[in-house]
Design a protein. Sequence first.
Length: 261
Amino acid sequence: MKTTCKNMKKEIEEIKSELEVIHKLEKDFPDKELLCAKNGKHYKWFVKEDGKSQYLPKNETRLAENLALKKYYMGRKQELEKRLKACNYFVKTVSDSEDGAERILYHPEFGRLLEKKFRPMNESLDNWQKSAYESCSGYKEKLIVPATQGKYVRSKSEAIIDRLLYQYHIPFHYEEKLDLNGIVIYPDFTIRHPLTGDFFYWEHFGLMDDADYQNRVCEKIKLYSKNGIWPSVHLIMTYECNRFPLSIEKVEHIIHEYFNM
């Protein structure tokens, strides 16, 4: 799977955050080092300070525990500093080629020229993908994120799904009308399996921090299930909240799992 500069920058922030915690902790650590030497079936403790080692009695458990914690965090600090150096080098030397590819793919003219290259291989599915359909007419003002085939979607996460479905030659419609026994909904993506032509529906639930939204999600899943569209069978669902955004790697994994790509 591709590693993006965006993902790497996120990892850099996570590393810096953890290092900041360690820096605060190490101020209170004893200015000594704990050594453990095997003695038969047991271990002896020694404290190293100013280049000299001194035996530490077993009744000094609290000091030994603090020094063991210090040893762990100092080892962790070294690991993180090495990772941080490697991540910074990556960001500095490698351009974010995916962002560049997106600009070409979403460009009105380049996108048109590339369209044939990303169409489904099956002619009937290609015709289905190009066919007109009734889409959601509500909240048009929220269609602000550029996507493939000259359209706009409602979020960056939907744009990720849109782009990867397109690049893997998987035919789909965005927010196409679906009538479930008189109840009309608009799945985020209506998809046809590129080999079998079977219908799949992909719902991305992107506001999972909100309790009311969570309830609406549950009701929607019930509606699908009541009409024989089962989660993890023909209903694909992804979720995100502020703390856990949707990743490109996750979307690619799902595409491989459901469509054998």
